[in-house]
Design a protein around this ligand. Structure first.
Ligand SMILES: Nc1ncnc2c1ncn2[C@@H]1O[C@H](COP(=O)(O)OP(=O)(O)O)[C@@H](O)[C@H]1O
Ligand SMILES: [Mg+2]
Length: 262
């Protein structure tokens, strides 16, 4: 197992727990989707895994292991070695993380060299090749562009390319395609699946879109009010949902060409 949540509970400030008794194992190369309505604790769960809980969020119970080692006791130096290289994260709008007044290439080079001691030219080439793998054919042009010159889908591809450049063991993806139109969304999803196939990267995917989960995930976890309501393989969950809440979510999935996603 690459990532193991063991009975994790998280609270923000003095409030009650926002995530309660969360237990989940993610195997190497596996894609697991967390689905559920807004506020159900999906983001909290994956941010716990990368040690980046916002606003006073704290793990109040349980443990979380990466490669069998607890993440709760890592020093900041150990986190630095882990983040970006072995575990990385992408967000709904990766472009927002990029500096608008600097070219993509120089930021990509800087990012790579912050994690690995390589020459600038080599870093440039690593970055450029990764952009191509994310389906950006004019990679040299993109490297020389500013974020405002790119579409949302292109910016998101740049973000995923940066997250994947070191071929991490696991990618944490928080609504990675939610801000995009349906066509771009499905292209990016296919590219993420290709990257998983190529590098064996596990993906822990957060989405409120059960269609996306159905298309991408090996396993689906349904969350509500900070707890796991139901979980199972994609097939079992979609075809034999046990919880009425899961059935409600399924009802809300729009059908494509008269058929559901799966
Ligand atoms: N920065 C924060 N400060 C205080 N409470 C938060 C914060 N982020 C999340 N929460 C609490 O955690 C709950 C779950 O939020 P979140 O993990 O963002 O859910 P989701 O990603 O499923 O929409 C929220 O309902 C809220 O009560
Ligand atoms: Mg969220």
């Amino acid at each position: 197992m690459i990532l193991q949540f063991r009975n994790i509970s998280v609270a923000y400030g003095d409030g009650g727990p926002s995530l309660t008794g969360f237990t989940l194992d993610v195997a190497a190369g596996e894609i697991v989707a967390l689905v559920g309505e807004s506020g159900s604790g999906k983001t909290t769960a994956i941010r716990t895994a990368i040690g980046l809980l916002p606003g006073g969020g704290e793990v109040v119970d349980g443990d979380i292991l990466f490669n069998g080692k607890s993440l709760l006791t890592l020093s900041s130096k150990e986190w630095q070695a882990l983040r970006g290289r072995q575990m990385s994260m992408i967000f709904q709008d990766s472009g927002a993380m990029l500096n608008p007044i600097r070219r993509i290439g120089s930021q990509f080079v800087e990012y790579i060299r912050a994690h690995q001691s390589v020459q600038k030219q080599e870093a440039w080439e690593l970055g450029r090749v990764m952009l191509e793998r994310m389906g950006l054919p004019h990679s040299e042009t993109i490297m020389n562009s500013y974020t405002f010159q790119l579409s949302g889908g292109m910016r998101q591809r740049v973000g995923i390319a940066m997250a994947m450049v070191f071929q991490p063991r696991i990618l944490l993806a928080d609504e990675p395609t939610s801000a995009l139109d349906v066509t771009t969304q499905s292209q990016i999803i296919r590219q993420m699946l290709e990257l998983r196939g190529k590098y064996g990267t596990a993906i822990l995917l957060v989405t409120h879109n059960l269609g996306v989960a159905a298309y991408m995930a090996d396993r689906i976890i349904v969350m509500k009010d900070g707890r796991i309501v139901e979980q199972g393989t994609r097939e079992s969950l979609l075809h034999q949902p046990a919880a009425s809440y899961t059935r409600d979510l399924l009802e809300a999935v729009p059908s494509m060409r008269g058929e559901r996603y799966v």
